[in-house]
Design a protein around this ligand. Structure first.
Ligand SMILES: Cc1cc2nc3c(=O)[nH]c(=O)nc-3n(C[C@H](O)[C@H](O)[C@H](O)COP(=O)(O)OP(=O)(O)OC[C@H]3O[C@@H](n4cnc5c(N)ncnc54)[C@H](O)[C@@H]3O)c2cc1C
Length: 486
C-alpha cells in the first residue's frame, strides 16, 4: 500500500489551490483528477478582489492581470436597439491593490495554478478516480482507479474538491441540504462571433427572460461566453444546445442583422441548485468548494469562495501535520467557512431574482449584480474560536477581520511583506520577538498605523491573512501560537 499525508480529490480551481498551499509548506500530498485532460469550457469568468489577493500570495496575480480585463463596459439592448452602456468601475477603496474584478476564463486560472503547482514540485494525476475508501482510526484507506491499474493508498487526511456532484461527499454521508430550481435554467457556451466589436459585454434584456441573451468577449482570445435564460419544458428539462440552437435563439431574441455565432467549443445547460453541505468534516475527511456549496452564478462567486475555502483549510492542515497545532484547529475550518457559504447562498439567490426579474425595472442586467460585497474583501471570521479579543483600534478593526493592505510611502504594498506561509507579527512597539513560523514586520510607516488604527502594540496575522489578535505586547502573540499546540 502507498502512503501520503493528504489526498486531494479533484483538480479544479479549489483542489489546485489546496495543492499549492500544501506544496509550499512541504506537506506530502497527491492530487487526483478523474478527467484525462483539463476542461476547456470558460465557466467562471470573474476573479474577485479577495481571490486576487490570495493568488498574489502565490505570486501569480500579476500574470493573470495581463491576460484578463477589468474595464469592459456593459452594453445593453432591447431587441436590436441599444439602450445604454455602463462603464465597469471598481469599488473605491485603498486597502487593497486589486479593487477591481478581473474577468478571464476559468481554464486560465486553473492553468496558472497548475504551473505554480509544478514550480512547487507537485503534479496532477489525470484520469485517476477515487473509487472507494474506508476510514479507520489510523486514517483513510483509499482505492484509486488509474487508466490502466488500481492502487491502494493510505492517507492521513482526504479533501474532496470534486465539485457539486461530489461522490465523496455522498460516500461520507454528508447531506447536501437545499433545493433545485428547475425553473431557473440557462444555456451557456463558448462561441466565436462574427459581426460584433469585441469592446463590450453585450446584454439583451427582456421583460420575459431577464437576460434574453448575453455575449462576453474574453481578452486575448477569439472566444465569447454566451448565456441565455431558457424556460424548461413541462418536465423541467432544457435540451443540450447546439451551435444551430444558439444562432436560432440569438436571431429570435435580438433581431440583430449581420451577426453570426460560429465555432462553438463548449455548450451546456446550467441549472440553479442552492445547496450547502450540512458539515465540512467527517473524521479525517473534509470537503471544499462546490462539493460544499452550490448556488446561482449571479454575482460570480462560486469559484472564488472555493479558492477561499482551500486557502482557509490549507495552512490548518499543514500546521496539524507539521506538529505546530493540534487537531482542534481543523474544526475551525467548518466553523469559519460554513457561515460564509450561508451568506453566499443567500446573496446569490437575491441576485438571481434580479437576473430573472426582467428589464421592467430598468435595472436588470449583470451590472446590477455587482456590489461591494462581491469583492469578498469584507468577509470576516469575527467571533471564530481562533479570534482573541484584544486592544480596540481607532478604525474599528477587530480580530477576525481581513488584514488590510496598505500602499507604503515608497510605493510598495504591505502585502509584499505579508506574502509567504508564516504567521506575521506587525510590530508597532515593544520588543522584537522571534519564533518558528513567525515573521516580524516592523510597522514604522505611518500609513500602516493609520490603516490599522493603532500606534502601539502588535497585530498577529494568520497565514491566510486574517487578524488573530491585536495586543499590547508581542508576548501575547507568542502565547497565542503556543496555545494552538496545547
Ligand atoms: C456558466 C458558469 C459560469 C460561472 N461563473 C462563475 C463566476 O463568474 N465566478 C465564480 O466564482 N464561479 C463561477 N462559476 C462556478 C465555478 O465554475 C465553480 O464554482 C468552480 O468550478 C468550482 O470549483 P471546484 O474546484 O470546487 O469544482 P470543479 O471545478 O467542478 O472541479 C471538480 C473536479 O473534480 C473532478 N472529480 C469529480 N469526481 C472525482 C473523483 N471521484 N475522483 C477524481 N476526480 C473527481 C472533476 O472531474 C472536476 O475536474 C460558474 C459556473 C458556470 C457553469
Amino acid at each position: 500500500m502507498h502512503h501520503t499525508k493528504v489526498l486531494i480529490i479533484g483538480a479544479g480551481p479549489v483542489g489546485l489551490t489546496l495543492a499549492c498551499e500544501l506544496a509550499r509548506r512541504h506537506v506530502s500530498f497527491r492530487i487526483i483528477e478523474r478527467a484525462a485532460v483539463a476542461p476547456q469550457g470558460s465557466r467562471a469568468k470573474a476573479l474577485q478582489p479577495r481571490s486576487l489577493e490570495i493568488l498574489n500570495d502565490f505570486g501569480i496575480t500579476e500574470d493573470l492581470m495581463r491576460i484578463g480585463t477589468t474595464d469592459l463596459p456593459y452594453r445593453k439592448f432591447q431587441g436590436n436597439k441599444m439602450t445604454g452602456e455602463t462603464p465597469r468601475t471598481g469599488f473605491p477603496r485603498n486597502d487593497t491593490r486589486y479593487p477591481k474584478t478581473l474577468l478571464l476564463p476559468q481554464p486560465e486560472v486553473e492553468k496558472a495554478l497548475r504551473v505554480k503547482l509544478q514550480d512547487l514540485g507537485g503534479t496532477v494525476e489525470w484520469a485517476t478516480t477515487l473509487a472507494a475508501f474506508n476510514q479507520t482510526n489510523e486514517g483513510i484507506d483509499c482505492y484509486l482507479e488509474h487508466a490502466d491499474q488500481r492502487e491502494a493508498l493510505h492517507c492521513n487526511y482526504m479533501v474532496a474538491c470534486d465539485g457539486g456532484k461530489s461522490t465523496t461527499r455522498k460516500k461520507l454521508g454528508i447531506d447536501f441540504i437545499g433545493e433545485t430550481h428547475q425553473e431557473e435554467q440557462l444555456w451557456v457556451g463558448d462561441v466565436e462571433v462574427e459581426g460584433l466589436a469585441r469592446d463590450a459585454w453585450y446584454n439583451w434584456l427582456s421583460p420575459v427572460f431577464g437576460i434574453a441573451f448575453a455575449l462576453f468577449p474574453f481578452k486575448n482570445s477569439h472566444i465569447w461566453q454566451l448565456q441565455a435564460v431558457m424556460p424548461p419544458d413541462q418536465d423541467g428539462n432544457v435540451p443540450l444546445p447546439t451551435l444551430e440552437d444558439f444562432n436560432r435563439l440569438f436571431k429570435e431574441r435580438t433581431q440583430m442583422e449581420g451577426v453570426t455565432l460560429i465555432n462553438s467549443t463548449w455548450q451546456s445547460v446550467y441549472r440553479v441548485n442552492i445547496r450547502r453541505a450540512e458539515r465540512y468534516r467527517a473524521g479525517n475527511a473534509f470537503i471544499a468548494g462546490d462539493a460544499g456549496h452550490v448556488h446561482s452564478i449571479a454575482g460570480g462567486m462560486g469559484m472564488n469562495t472555493g479558492i477561499q475555502d482551500a486557502y482557509n483549510l490549507g495552512w490548518k492542515l499543514a500546521a496539524v501535520i507539521n506538529g505546530q497545532a493540534n487537531d482542534n484547529l481543523l474544526d475551525t475550518y467548518g466553523e469559519e467557512r460554513i457561515p460564509i457559504a450561508d451568506w453566499l447562498l443567500e446573496t446569490t439567490s437575491q441576485r438571481q431574482k434580479v437576473l430573472l426579474a426582467g428589464a421592467t425595472s430598468g435595472k436588470s442586467g449583470f451590472e446590477s449584480l455587482r456590489t461591494s460585497d462581491t469583492t469578498q474583501l469584507n468577509l470576516h471570521y469575527r467571533g471564530s474560536s481562533l479570534c482573541r479579543t484584544g486592544q480596540p483600534t481607532a478604525t474599528g478593526l477587530e480580530a477576525g477581520d481581513r488584514a488590510p493592505d496598505v500602499q507604503l510611502e515608497n510605493g510598495s504594498w504591505l502585502s509584499d511583506q505579508l506574502r509567504g506561509t508564516e504567521w506575521k507579527l506587525l510590530l508597532f512597539s515593544g520588543e522584537r520577538l522571534s519564533g518558528q513560523q513567525l515573521k516580524v514586520i516592523s510597522s514604522s510607516d505611518e500609513r500602516i498605523s493609520k490603516a490599522y488604527g493603532i500606534n502601539t502594540g502588535v497585530v498577529l496575522i494568520r497565514p491566510d491573512g486574517y487578524i488573530a489578535l491585536i495586543a499590547a505586547e508581542a508576548r501575547e502573540a507568542l502565547d497565542y501560537l503556543n496555545a494552538l499546540n496545547r
